[in-house]
Write a protein that binds this ligand. Structure first.
Ligand SMILES: [Zn+2]
Length: 393
């Protein structure tokens, strides 16, 4: 009996241990005459894959899914070759660190150190500058002897493949995980603002009972631009709404604005926003080699004409619903080559809730009452749009 109880106890304690993710407790950068050293301190010895990427020069560190018990200032460190750094979930089961380099670089060594009196397990990466023409020859990855599974794509599937008879709407909170998006004037992350907002919007749409609402992400995880569109396509979505809150170098710019796809931008602000948004995969350290260069050219064909007309119709209704209820950017409906809006057969729109580079706008998006006004307006526009569609049949 005692033995059974003991076994039971061991079993009960083993469950949380088995599920607990390894955690990161410190990130350090050391600048030495001959190298820049990057150190990650962890609760256990990690599997890893470390590699470099060009254009722009970066170091990418893939690890198992980790808990990041770190103050936000940790992400503001820099030194030596390391210009900026970011970390977070890259794919289910894979966490990632991206180090932006001052220039072409070579990894000299990657090794693990066991715990001692002052430190836990450490992953150490040493790097040094290299001539641009020698970079390619130094690009082979460093991997741990313990294998690290390849990152999986994040395409959300609708109700395990069962088709919902209702209209399907895919909501797409921008950024996530290793891509924080814009960082607001008071330090708030765009990826957090838009996820909170998207959950509220889903709740409002679900409450009507009329819609099958899917999210491209419902946690702090990175999702590739193409996988966001793919979620909409596979769900046979009737509408795709991408949700953002970006920044602009002109800090006086404020107000919500809506964007639909176009080969040429309506204006400089729209062009800049699209250029920033289209860099999301790059920010997260996704290799773009070998993929069609869809970022630099947004060529549309005639089959997309109908989809674009529907997108524009929804944008018009949305602007009408927003008017008078919340602060708007002038010429509220704008156009640009947003890669995430390129699904051929799904009417798609991107809403910038506001500019996190403007302190009034940031305040507005932090306020639940203000967010509710936006949620209500979008939900009304969705109702109007589908009512209009039905009346056209
Ligand atoms: Zn964004």
């Amino acid at each position: 009996m005692v033995r059974i109880l003991l076994l039971l106890l061991v079993f009960l304690f083993a469950i949380p241990l088995a599920n607990a993710k390894p955690s990161v407790s410190d990130i350090r950068i050391g600048v030495h005459p001959d190298k820049t050293r990057f150190v990650l301190e962890l609760s256990e010895e990690p599997a890893y894959r470390v590699f470099t990427l060009p254009r722009p020069y970066r170091v990418v560190v893939d690890l198992p899914e980790l808990e990041w018990n770190l103050p936000q200032e940790m992400a503001q460190q820099q030194g030596g070759l390391i210009k900026t750094l970011r970390y977070g979930l890259f794919a289910p089961g894979t966490s990632r660190v991206v180090l932006d380099s001052q220039g072409p670089l070579e990894i000299i060594s990657v090794f693990l150190l066991p715990p001692n009196e002052t430190s836990k397990h450490r992953l150490v990466i040493d790097m040094k500058p290299v001539a641009a023409n020698a970079f390619a020859a130094t690009q082979q990855p460093y991997t741990s002897s313990k294998p690290l599974p390849k990152p999986k794509a994040v395409v959300v599937r609708s109700n395990d493949g069962v088709k919902d008879s209702r209209v399907t709407i895919v909501l797409d909170p921008g950024h996530g995980g290793v891509d924080p998006g814009t960082i607001g004037v008071s330090g708030i992350y765009e990826k957090e603002v838009v996820l909170t907002f998207t959950r509220d919007l889903k709740e409002a749409l679900d409450a009507t009972g009329r819609y099958n609402v899917l999210l491209t992400r419902d946690r702090d995880i990175f999702v590739k631009l193409a996988d966001r569109r793919e979620t909409a396509r596979q769900a046979g979505a009737d509408l795709f709404i991408s949700i953002h809150a970006d920044a602009h170098s002109d800090r006086s710019l404020r107000g919500s604005s809506v964007y639909t796809l176009s080969e040429t931008s309506s204006d400089e602000v729209a062009a800049q926003l699209a250029a920033t948004e289209n860099k999301a995969d790059l920010i997260a350290g996704v290799e773009l080699e070998g993929q069609p260069d869809e970022v630099s050219s947004i060529l549309l064909d005639l089959t997309q004409r109908e989809t674009m007309n529907l997108s524009a119709q929804f944008a018009t209704m949305l602007v009408e619903e927003l008017k008078g209820k919340t602060r708007l950017l002038g010429n509220t409906h704008r156009f640009a080559g947003f890669v995430v809006l390129k699904a051929h057969d799904v009417p798609s729109l991107l809403i910038e809730l506001g500019f996190l580079s403007n302190s009034d706008d940031e305040q507005r998006l932090r306020s639940q009452a203000e967010r509710k006004k936006l949620v209500t307006s979008i939900a009304s526009a969705v109702d109007r749009y589908f009512f209009w569609q039905q009346s056209m049949r």
